[in-house]
Design a protein around this ligand. Sequence first.
Ligand SMILES: [Zn+2]
Length: 121
Amino acid sequence: MNNKELEYCNICGTKLVTFVDGHCCGLKCPKCNEIIAVTTYDDLSSEDKKIYPLILTHNIYTAKKAYILAKTINCDVNIATQLLRQENVKAFEGIATQLKKIKLVFDENEINYEIPEFPYK
Ligand SMILES: [Zn+2]
Protein backbone atom coordinates (compact mmCIF):
# COMPACT_ATOMS: atom_id res chain seq x y z
CA MET A 1 0.00 0.00 0.00
CA ASN A 2 1.44 3.35 -0.90
CA ASN A 3 0.13 6.86 -1.00
CA LYS A 4 -0.60 6.80 -4.71
CA GLU A 5 -3.16 4.03 -4.33
CA LEU A 6 -5.11 6.07 -1.83
CA GLU A 7 -5.55 8.88 -4.32
CA TYR A 8 -7.44 6.81 -6.84
CA CYS A 9 -10.91 5.30 -6.82
CA ASN A 10 -10.75 1.56 -6.15
CA ILE A 11 -13.77 1.01 -8.37
CA CYS A 12 -12.89 2.86 -11.56
CA GLY A 13 -9.35 4.14 -10.96
CA THR A 14 -10.21 7.83 -11.41
CA LYS A 15 -8.17 10.29 -9.37
CA LEU A 16 -10.08 11.27 -6.24
CA VAL A 17 -11.01 14.88 -5.52
CA THR A 18 -11.47 16.54 -2.16
CA PHE A 19 -14.87 17.96 -1.34
CA VAL A 20 -16.36 20.12 1.37
CA ASP A 21 -20.04 19.89 2.18
CA GLY A 22 -21.27 21.85 5.16
CA HIS A 23 -19.37 20.56 8.15
CA CYS A 24 -17.97 17.57 6.31
CA CYS A 25 -15.04 17.15 4.02
CA GLY A 26 -13.33 14.20 2.45
CA LEU A 27 -12.37 12.45 -0.73
CA LYS A 28 -14.67 11.30 -3.44
CA CYS A 29 -14.54 9.89 -6.93
CA PRO A 30 -15.73 12.44 -9.53
CA LYS A 31 -16.78 9.67 -11.92
CA CYS A 32 -18.85 7.27 -9.82
CA ASN A 33 -19.48 9.77 -7.01
CA GLU A 34 -18.32 7.21 -4.47
CA ILE A 35 -17.41 8.94 -1.24
CA ILE A 36 -14.17 7.43 0.00
CA ALA A 37 -13.47 9.22 3.26
CA VAL A 38 -15.50 11.73 5.20
CA THR A 39 -14.43 13.72 8.18
CA THR A 40 -16.09 16.47 10.15
CA TYR A 41 -14.76 19.82 11.14
CA ASP A 42 -15.36 19.31 14.82
CA ASP A 43 -12.30 20.62 16.61
CA LEU A 44 -8.78 21.91 16.26
CA SER A 45 -7.55 18.79 14.57
CA SER A 46 -9.45 19.91 11.49
CA GLU A 47 -6.97 22.77 11.15
CA ASP A 48 -4.03 20.41 11.24
CA LYS A 49 -2.90 19.61 7.71
CA LYS A 50 0.16 17.64 8.73
CA ILE A 51 0.32 14.12 7.31
CA TYR A 52 0.65 11.41 9.95
CA PRO A 53 1.51 7.78 9.20
CA LEU A 54 -0.64 5.02 10.66
CA ILE A 55 1.40 1.94 11.55
CA LEU A 56 -0.19 -1.46 12.17
CA THR A 57 1.41 -3.36 15.04
CA HIS A 58 1.15 -6.93 16.31
CA ASN A 59 -2.19 -7.87 14.83
CA ILE A 60 -3.63 -11.36 14.78
CA TYR A 61 -5.22 -11.91 11.40
CA THR A 62 -8.91 -12.62 11.18
CA ALA A 63 -11.08 -12.38 8.10
CA LYS A 64 -13.28 -9.87 9.90
CA LYS A 65 -10.34 -7.62 10.71
CA ALA A 66 -9.12 -7.79 7.12
CA TYR A 67 -12.57 -6.80 5.90
CA ILE A 68 -12.84 -3.90 8.34
CA LEU A 69 -9.32 -2.72 7.58
CA ALA A 70 -9.95 -2.84 3.82
CA LYS A 71 -13.16 -0.87 4.21
CA THR A 72 -11.64 1.67 6.56
CA ILE A 73 -8.50 2.52 4.63
CA ASN A 74 -10.10 1.87 1.27
CA CYS A 75 -7.95 -0.93 -0.06
CA ASP A 76 -8.41 -4.42 -1.43
CA VAL A 77 -9.09 -7.19 1.13
CA ASN A 78 -6.01 -9.07 -0.11
CA ILE A 79 -3.87 -6.02 0.61
CA ALA A 80 -5.47 -5.66 4.04
CA THR A 81 -4.72 -9.33 4.75
CA GLN A 82 -1.05 -8.82 3.89
CA LEU A 83 -0.91 -5.71 6.05
CA LEU A 84 -2.39 -7.52 9.06
CA ARG A 85 0.14 -10.32 8.72
CA GLN A 86 3.12 -7.96 8.90
CA GLU A 87 4.62 -6.26 11.92
CA ASN A 88 4.97 -2.50 12.08
CA VAL A 89 3.82 -1.76 8.57
CA LYS A 90 2.53 1.59 7.38
CA ALA A 91 -1.06 1.06 6.27
CA PHE A 92 -2.20 4.62 5.75
CA GLU A 93 -1.10 8.24 5.73
CA GLY A 94 -3.42 11.11 6.27
CA ILE A 95 -4.35 14.27 8.07
CA ALA A 96 -5.61 14.35 11.66
CA THR A 97 -9.30 14.32 10.82
CA GLN A 98 -8.96 11.23 8.62
CA LEU A 99 -6.94 9.42 11.25
CA LYS A 100 -9.36 10.23 14.07
CA LYS A 101 -12.11 8.51 12.14
CA ILE A 102 -9.94 5.47 11.45
CA LYS A 103 -8.87 5.32 15.12
CA LEU A 104 -12.50 4.98 16.20
CA VAL A 105 -13.06 2.02 13.91
CA PHE A 106 -9.76 0.33 14.84
CA ASP A 107 -10.31 0.80 18.58
CA GLU A 108 -13.76 -0.69 18.30
CA ASN A 109 -12.50 -3.70 16.37
CA GLU A 110 -9.28 -4.35 18.30
CA ILE A 111 -6.99 -3.60 15.39
CA ASN A 112 -3.66 -2.57 16.91
CA TYR A 113 -1.90 0.48 15.53
CA GLU A 114 0.36 3.39 16.36
CA ILE A 115 0.30 6.92 15.04
CA PRO A 116 3.66 8.42 15.99
CA GLU A 117 3.45 11.97 17.37
CA PHE A 118 -0.30 12.13 16.96
CA PRO A 119 -1.53 14.72 19.49
CA TYR A 120 -5.27 13.98 19.38
CA LYS A 121 -7.46 11.41 21.10
ZN1 LIG B 1 -14.78 5.79 -9.26
